[in-house]
Structure formats: structure tokens, C-alpha cells
Design a protein around this ligand. Structure first.
Ligand code: FE2
Ligand code: FE2
Length: 186
């Protein structure tokens, strides 16, 4: 039978209870990369009209980042940038940024948080919207990086003929990045 704490309300927990929770949290945290990968795989569901599914798009975006010499955290950020599409389609930038924030620099997290708006430069005008909405962030330390993320990697990664690297090319670095929280958030 699974070990459990003595309490039914957190306020009643003892020192021993919280030691137990601390111990059990370790394997849970160690398995985080597997859970993230499993969630990423949900992006295989359908093409949504594009020529490739969002899982392939994610791999392709990460591949382009890697081939251009981006650092590991940026490559992993590229891999996960659309992971929120399944359950937070209208807030998928902030959702991916929330997952990444403890493990990447604040600038990289910002790139991912804002990428949906910056990506709009490439298509908002087709919906009668202002394609230059991202201009309101000009001057931000990560502005140019976010433009580059979208212009060179994200918006360009819907190509069924691109030589996209497989997930195995990224799993060791995913483990390295998610192994150690560097930034405490929340
Ligand atoms: Fe996106
Ligand atoms: Fe994307």
C-alpha cells in the first residue's frame, strides 16, 4: 500500500508528514521530462489545415534553432513553444513560458511567452488585424530575439520537406535543461 501522510488538511501536517512528501516528490520531479514529452506528443493530433502536425512543427522549429547554433535552453524552448496548444490554445505562449520559466533565463521565457503576438506579424493582416502589434515591445531586451525566433524558426517551420531532426536528437538536452531549476518563479 502506498505511503501517505497522517493529515487530511495541510495545516494539521507534522514534520514527519512533510519529510515524507519531500521524499516522494523527488521521483515525481525526476520523471518531469517524460511527462513533458508525453504531453508534447498530444500535438500529433491532426494537422488543423497545415501541411504538417504541430508535433512535427515543434521538432522542426527546434531543429532550425539548433542548426543556427542556438544554445540548449533556446532549442528546448523552441521544442516546447507550442506545447500549450492542446489545452490553452488562446494562451499557449504564457503556458509554455510557465513550464519553462524555472529552467531557462527570463529572456528566453519572455520569447516564448510573447511568440504568438510576434508571430502575428506574418499573418494578422489577413484577418484584418494590425500585423505590427509586436512593435509595442520594441526596446525590450528580448525584442530582437523574439522577432528572430518567429521570423527565422517558428513561422518557417511548416515545411513537410524539411529535414527535421527526430525527438531523440533533443531528449538528452531536454533532460539536462529540466534537471535543475535555475530560476524560482511564483
Ligand atoms: Fe505558437
Ligand atoms: Fe509554433
Amino acid at each position: 500500500m502506498e505511503e501517505t501522510v497522517s493529515f487530511i488538511a495541510m495545516a494539521d501536517g507534522t514534520e514527519e508528514d512533510y519529510r515524507l512528501l519531500e521524499r516522494l516528490e523527488k521521483p515525481f520531479m525526476t520523471a518531469l521530462p517524460q511527462r513533458v514529452l508525453a504531453h508534447l506528443e498530444l500535438l500529433k493530433e491532426g494537422y488543423g489545415g497545415y501541411k504538417i502536425d504541430r508535433y512535427q512543427h515543434s521538432l522542426q522549429t527546434a531543429t532550425r534553432a539548433q542548426r543556427e547554433g542556438a544554445d540548449e535552453e533556446m532549442i528546448i524552448a523552441a521544442l516546447l513553444h507550442d506545447i500549450g496548444d492542446t489545452i490553452a490554445p488562446l494562451a499557449h505562449g504564457p503556458m509554455a513560458a510557465a513550464i519553462l520559466s524555472p529552467y531557462v533565463s527570463p529572456e528566453t521565457a519572455w520569447v516564448i511567452e510573447k511568440h504568438p503576438l510576434f508571430q502575428g506579424y506574418h499573418y494578422f493582416h489577413h484577418y484584418g488585424m494590425d500585423r505590427n502589434l509586436r512593435e509595442k515591445y520594441r526596446g525590450h531586451p528580448a525584442f530582437e530575439r523574439t522577432c528572430h525566433f518567429c521570423d527565422a524558426w517558428d513561422q518557417a517551420s511548416f515545411d513537410p520537406n524539411y529535414d527535421t531532426a527526430p525527438i531523440e536528437a533533443f531528449t538528452p538536452m531536454l533532460h539536462r535543461i529540466l534537471e535543475k531549476p535555475r530560476w524560482r518563479v511564483g
